[in-house]
Design a protein. Structure first.
Length: 362
């Protein structure tokens, strides 16, 4: 690797508990009676690897094995925004670069990012994060771009600053991601609290290793449709059924997340597994009827109840917006994690792909 390259890695993120609570808690800006949103989020072991460097040309070059063609564009806000608003696979990169230019290029007539007028090359040479499976693959790319610009242009950005740029960068595209997706900027598990436009992030220090298995269900789900249906009735419920959405995403979610937080901090994976099971049951009871075509999720529930799986786990639930994207299983120990992955990946009836996610003790 050339000496002038900087090596970067940005993981995906797994929402252990609290999915959908970010946008639900955001509605407190209109309705203060809505409960704050709470979520426990952890980085994945998989993610995006990149080498970045400054280049003399005033342009952005982004190469990735996941893209059919590299992105090469001048660092011009109008051109970047046009790309971000399109449907090309590079739109997340362009949207985040546009956000950086609008925040750090000032009112200069030419390129002047924090006193620098050179361009940037990002070689995203490896990606092992499952795509469109609720693990924030697009947010990981946006955080990677923000982090690359921070390094190459010496930008004064905290982790929260990276998160905000990545979030705004992704929303410059057609994506309507939640605010917890960009938690992949943190290298450790965190508790996130969502109160209208305010976000609090608290690092979690586990007292016991947690051996998760993430299962790509190799099926399909429509996240946009799920979000559209679940958002009905916010910020103000008008029917009894809509009140049930508020109850689950408010009071019930807060209780589940805080009990799970205690289990993680006290090093009690058995209790955490039971809470995961309870969370899935309550999600199905309170929310699945609002989008049954997506949230009935037959393959997810088949994996969660599969007899060969049960002896290896404490519990399990869906991932991200739920649906037939991914499942998360909490294995009993490291050996169970290894054996469970082998069982799942060799089972032709299930036809899934399992990968490890280990959260180490502090």
């Amino acid at each position: 690797m050339p000496e002038d390259f900087i090596e970067l890695f940005v993981p995906g993120r797994l929402c252990l508990l609290g999915e959908h609570s970010d946008w639900a808690g955001g509605h407190r800006r209109q309705n203060s009676e809505i409960e704050k949103g709470y979520a426990i989020v952890a980085p994945t072991n998989q993610g995006n690897y990149a080498r970045v460097r400054a280049i003399p040309e005033k342009k952005l070059i982004y190469e990735s094995a996941a893209f059919s063609t590299p992105l090469e564009v001048s660092l011009d806000d109008k051109k970047l925004l046009k790309l971000a608003e399109g449907e090309e696979e590079t739109r997340y990169v362009a949207g985040t670069a546009y956000e950086i230019l609008t925040n750090f290029n000032g009112h200069s007539r030419g390129l002047n990012i924090n006193g620098h007028s050179h361009g940037i090359e990002i070689d995203n040479y490896r990606t092992d994060l499952p795509i469109k499976k609720g693990l924030s693959s697009s947010a990981s790319v946006c955080v990677l771009v923000a982090k690359a610009f921070k390094e190459i242009y010496s930008l004064p950005l905290s982790t929260r600053g990276l998160m905000n740029l990545a979030y705004n960068g992704e929303t410059n595209t057609s994506s309507r991601c939640g605010r917890l997706d960009q938690a992949c900027a943190y290298p450790h598990p965190v508790l996130m609290t969502f109160d209208a436009d305010k976000i609090q992030v608290e690092e979690i220090k586990p007292n016991h290793p947690l051996y998760f298995v993430i299962v790509d269900l190799k099926s399909k789900k429509d996240t946009r449709r799920i979000l559209t249906e679940l958002n009905k009735g916010f910020p103000f419920p008008s029917t009894e059924s809509e009140k049930r959405k508020h109850e689950y995403l408010g009071r019930i979610n807060a209780d589940l997340v805080h009990r799970a937080l205690d289990a993680v901090r006290l090093g009690n994976p058995t209790k955490l597994g039971r809470i995961m099971n309870e969370s899935q049951l309550k999600f199905d009871e309170y929310l699945s009827l609002f989008c049954p075509e997506e949230l009935t999720a037959p393959k997810l529930h088949k994996v969660l109840s599969y007899p060969l799986v049960q002896s290896f786990i404490y519990g399990g639930k869906g991932v991200g917006s739920q649906g037939d994207g991914c499942a998360q299983l909490l294995a009993r120990d490291n050996t169970s994690q290894i054996n469970l992955i082998e069982v799942l990946n060799s089972d032709k009836e299930l036809n899934v792909h399992a990968i490890p996610l280990t959260i180490h003790a502090d």
